[in-house]
Design a protein around this ligand. Structure first.
Ligand SMILES: Nc1nc2c(ncn2[C@@H]2O[C@H](COP(=O)(O)OP(=O)(O)O)[C@@H](O)[C@H]2O)c(=O)[nH]1
Ligand SMILES: [Mg+2]
Length: 359
């Protein structure tokens, strides 16, 4: 049994590694192809279409986003395991089922094994045979694994500057909009810097979020140097006494300059003027699973990240990606996107997350 499990695990690890490598290769190809496509889109965008739909402000407020009410897919991933352990009690198959569920949920083999081995050891030491007690132990272990980190976003600077990085389409601009709304609501003035100068529509999209959230927008001409647009925004904020700048960046580039080099330059330049870069937040689309994790590794290698924003956990995301990110990247998940609306961004709450996933 143990041997079979180990072999299965090795096979899974090999398949996963291959998938990650393949994903990196594909990502390169996709980015290259997208450069051409984006150039066309930029021309269309000049004529005025924008990717964000206006929300009908008169609509009644929907239920406040929470892990409990937005994690349908992620919860579904573990429902089979929960039903099975509840009906049969804790036995040898329990461990295999849990490991399978964790891997299927995008936790990755390494993380799944680590979660499982520790749980198994504790459950055996404490002679846990009752399914409810085991699930409670699992929840508290996860809450402990994923929690206990400083999630505060640094505001020490005049202004403080938060950079948002990540590949195209993960939700950077949307996250900035939601976060700006939260800060403005909390009484802090905010300047948004349109550092995604890759296409005109990007600045327009950010401008719409600025209007919606009550923040101010600083943008440059299309194709302008992102570093200088962000620098200008910081200078403007400083002179206007605005304490916080959130800077959008592009997930890819017009030319062959390495994205990571460009981001490093932005970071350097942003720190030169009156402001202080207090956060570099990597935005990851949770629904891309292990592929998203592979992307994230590239950013952690070069950018000095202070946190992760995991978006789209409400969609088809399977939840295990949170465990993988926390376990492998050594960067805390600070915020989580649970939808496309203004209020659909919440601070990551490990206990609430574990509770939502396993009940
Ligand atoms: N369901 C869902 N969609 C999201 C979330 N965050 C962003 N999106 C959507 O993802 C798409 C890309 O977002 P955008 O902010 O333009 O990504 P960017 O290219 O990284 O700036 C948009 O359609 C957003 O509405 C989220 O938390 N949940
Ligand atoms: Mg964007």
């Amino acid at each position: 049994m143990a041997l079979r499990r180990r072999r299965k695990r090795d096979e899974q690890a090999a398949v996963e590694q291959e998938a990650v490598e393949q994903a990196a290769v594909e990502q390169e190809a996709v980015e290259q192809a997208a450069v051409e496509q984006e150039a066309e889109l930029a021309v269309e965008a000049e004529v005025g279409s924008t990717p964000v739909e206006e929300e009908d402000e008169s609509e009644p407020e929907s239920e406040r986003a929470s892990f409990r009410n937005r994690l349908a897919t992620a919860r579904g991933t573990f429902s089979g395991f929960l039903a099975s352990v509840a009906s049969r009690g804790v036995d040898d198959a329990t461990w295999e089922e849990l490991e399978d569920a964790l891997v299927l949920a995008d936790a990755g083999v390494g993380t799944a094994t680590s979660v499982l081995d520790r749980l198994k050891e504790r459950a055996k030491a404490e002679k846990i045979a009752d399914p409810e007690a085991l699930v409670a132990m699992l929840k508290s272990q996860l809450a402990e694994d994923l929690g206990g980190r400083d999630l505060e976003l640094g505001t020490d600077g005049s202004p403080a500057v938060w950079l948002f990085v990540g590949v195209n389409g993960v939700g950077k601009t949307t996250t900035i909009g939601k976060l700006a709304a939260r800060e403005v609501r909390g009484g802090r003035k905010v300047v948004l810097a349109a550092g995604d100068t890759f296409r005109a529509a990007a600045a327009e999209q950010l401008g719409m979020w600025a209007d919606r959230s009550g923040a101010e927008l600083v943008r440059g001409a299309a194709g302008a140097d992102p570093s200088s647009v962000i620098y200008d925004a910081i200078e403007h904020a400083a002179s206007a006494g605005v304490p916080l700048v959130m800077a959008d960046t592009a997930g890819r580039l017009q030319n062959r300059t390495n994205l990571m080099e460009e981001l490093a330059k932005i970071h350097r330049v942003a720190g030169k003027g009156p402001g202080t870069v207090t956060e570099v937040l990597l935005v990851i689309d949770a629904s891309t699973g292990q592929n998203g994790l592979a992307q994230a590794r590239r950013f952690t290698e070069s950018a000095e990240l202070t946190g992760v924003v995991l978006t789209k956990l409400d969609g088809s995301a399977k939840g295990g990606i949170v465990m993988a990110v926390q376990n492998e990247l050594d960067v805390p998940v600070k915020l989580v996107g649970l939808g496309e609306g203004l209020d659909d961004l919440v601070e990551f709450d490990a206990a609430e997350f574990a509770e939502a996933l396993f009940s």
